[in-house]
Design a protein around this ligand. Structure first.
Ligand code: UDP
Length: 141
């Protein structure tokens, strides 16, 4: 499998619960390396731009409000099959349906406040990484 990069966001609910380190250790112990990271309180414009593909969906406004309700921790993860691996570690969008032992099953409350974001495909990963990190802020080795 190829070495990939994916964008991960620890959302305001999980940052507020003080579990950044616990989530990072799941990435690290599953072969994903953190090659870029920043904490940021998104502006409304940044959150709307990031989730532009969901504009018009019924949950869009609530999603944006939630994402700007507190700081988030944003990271680029690198590793073999990183995109699918991160999605596997995250679990299903709705934490009630997330497999036991996944990040969402263990740390999320609801489909709105679901602890983490992860890119879902190589194309979206490239766009999402570039949205937050210039190449000069990604440290592969
Ligand atoms: N979302 C929501 N209600 C829904 C579907 C999605 O609040 O019915 C939110 C949820 O926070 C989710 C995000 O919108 O993480 C993006 O949705 P997507 O389907 O891309 O899920 P993900 O890729 O995050 O699992």
């Amino acid at each position: 499998m190829a070495i990939e990069r994916t964008l991960s966001i620890i959302k305001p609910d999980a940052v507020g619960k003080n579990v950044i380190g616990k989530i990072y250790s799941r990435f690290e112990s599953n072969g994903l390396k953190i090659v870029a990271a920043k904490m940021k309180h998104l502006s409304r414009q940044e959150a709307e731009g990031f989730y532009a593909v969901h504009k018009g969906r019924p949950f869009f406004n609530d999603l944006v409000e939630f994402m700007i309700s507190g700081p988030v921790m944003i990271q680029v993860l690198e590793g073999e099959g990183a995109i699918a691996k991160n999605r596997e570690l995250m679990g299903a969008t709705d934490p009630k349906k997330a497999a036991p032992g996944t990040i969402r099953a263990d740390f999320a409350e609801s489909i709105d406040a679901n602890a983490v974001h992860g890119s879902d495909a190589p194309e979206t990963a490239a766009v999402e990484i570039a949205y937050f990190f210039p190449a000069s802020e990604i440290y592969s080795r």
